[in-house]
Design a protein around this ligand. Structure first.
Ligand SMILES: NC(=O)c1ccc[n+]([C@@H]2O[C@H](COP(=O)([O-])OP(=O)(O)OC[C@H]3O[C@@H](n4cnc5c(N)ncnc54)[C@H](O)[C@@H]3O)[C@@H](O)[C@H]2O)c1
Ligand SMILES: [Zn+2]
Length: 362
């Protein structure tokens, strides 16, 4: 089992990376968690993963209560939070209880939010089962739900006691979800670590075939990159913004396309848009843009999109900006893979040209 540490003072925690659920009980002991355990999962993950996971707890003498929520982003809301509160109240939990989030980013974000707020905060652990959750959402402590059409608008920063990653859970994840999660992994390479980017590019086939060894290494380097950014900027004061590479345009496409495309697919398109912007600003060469485009295509991610309305996407970016009260900032690649800068762009023509370029498979 591989182990990493996210160093956040008294909120520090380990991330375990392994190929089964066998060490879950030991991880609970090491974290000195003594109260009741309540596992919360969604309807899909319950079908494929919950039994194995709960058996591992039971095999070590732990009793686990289970609650299943409906899968899907549309359930990431306060109604689901309320359902969970009701269930927890019925169990008469005290503050020693621990919630276990078994699932993708939706489960992790909701359960983390419930843990942050129930009894003013109880322990929670993450057992992420989608690649997006294993490589992005389970690390960093951002938890929350959507509200009246706005994504992640209600939430908190609340760190888990540990993250337990069994890479073999990816065997039951739909392939399109796996590919979508890889967009964030490629993103981490692009913003911080050229060598890691090259590793992903070289190993695309093995990754898609779910080679255990490659996946464990992939998740480890990936979490260490995200963990390092979070250690330096837990509450998104500055540096953490680089994680938004590809997301300014990506989020707008996600909304305008009415969430028909997966998040990672939109991030893939958003990264290409941001890269083109770097190219037009002459801070990156065309070869680098094509190289990254090629990697994303090998993975099976979209790099162009025909039926988008450039003006709508542009306007949506401004709407998002108003919502979060920020200027229209872009994270742009400069000179080489692994080096990004934060850039405030107010050149409408440039931004629209970058969005428009997504309509052509250049
Ligand atoms: N907190 C953060 O920092 C952060 C970062 C990025 C994204 N997010 C959030 O994460 C969410 C997206 O996460 P996601 O892509 O994991 O979505 P998700 O949780 O909806 O999972 C995707 C789909 O795969 C299913 N699934 C998950 N694991 C499975 C498995 N092992 N086998 C079979 N099916 C499985 C789920 O039921 C779901 O249908 C969004 O709500 C997003 O806002 C949060
Ligand atoms: Zn993302």
């Amino acid at each position: 089992m591989l182990k990493l540490n996210v160093d956040l003072g008294e909120r520090s925690y380990p991330i375990y990376i392994t190929t089964n659920y066998d060490s879950i009980a030991k991880s609970i002991q090491d974290a000195r968690l003594k109260g009741k355990l309540v596992l919360i999962t969604d309807t899909n993950v319950e079908k494929y993963q919950a039994n194995d996971c709960i058996s591992a707890f039971k095999g070590s003498g732990y009793q686990v209560e289970k609650f299943v929520i409906e899968s899907g982003e549309k359930n990431k809301n306060l109604d689901t939070v309320k359902e969970i509160y009701h269930f927890l109240l019925g169990l008469k939990l005290d503050r020693n209880a621990t919630l276990i989030a078994l699932g993708g980013g939706v489960v992790g974000d909701i359960v983390g939010f419930v843990a942050a707020t129930f009894l003013r905060g109880i322990n929670f652990i993450q057992i992420p089962t989608s690649l997006l959750a294993q490589s992005d959402s389970s690390v960093g402590g951002k938890v929350g739900v959507d509200f009246e059409g706005s994504k992640n608008i209600i939430g908190a920063f609340y760190q888990p006691r540990f993250v337990y990653i069994n890479v073999n859970t990816l065997k039951t994840l739909p392939k399109r979800e796996l590919q979508s999660g890889l967009a964030e992994v490629v993103k981490h390479g692009i913003i911080k670590d050229e060598e890691f980017y090259e590793y992903i590019d070289y190993n695309c086939e093995k990754i898609l075939k779910l080679d255990e060894g490659v996946l464990q290494y992939l998740v480890k380097i990936n979490c260490s990159i995200k963990g390092e950014v979070v250690e330096k900027d837990e509450k998104e004061g500055g540096l953490r913004a680089i994680l938004n590479f590809g997301h300014t345009i990506g989020h707008a496409i996600e909304t305008v396309m009415d969430f028909k495309l997966l998040h990672g697919e939109c991030v893939s398109l958003g990264m290409i848009g941001a890269l083109r912007m770097s190219e037009y600003l002459d801070i990156i060469d065309n070869g680098t843009v094509n190289k990254i485009k090629n990697t994303l295509e090998k993975i099976g991610l979209p790099t162009s999109i025909q039926n988008v309305d450039v003006d709508k996407i542009y306007d949506q970016m401004f709407y998002d900006k108003k919502l979060i009260g920020n200027k229209l900032n872009f994270i742009l690649l400069r000179k080489k893979i692994g080096e990004v800068i934060q850039f405030t762009v107010d050149d409408e023509q440039l931004i629209k040209r970058a969005i428009k370029s997504l309509k052509e498979s250049l």
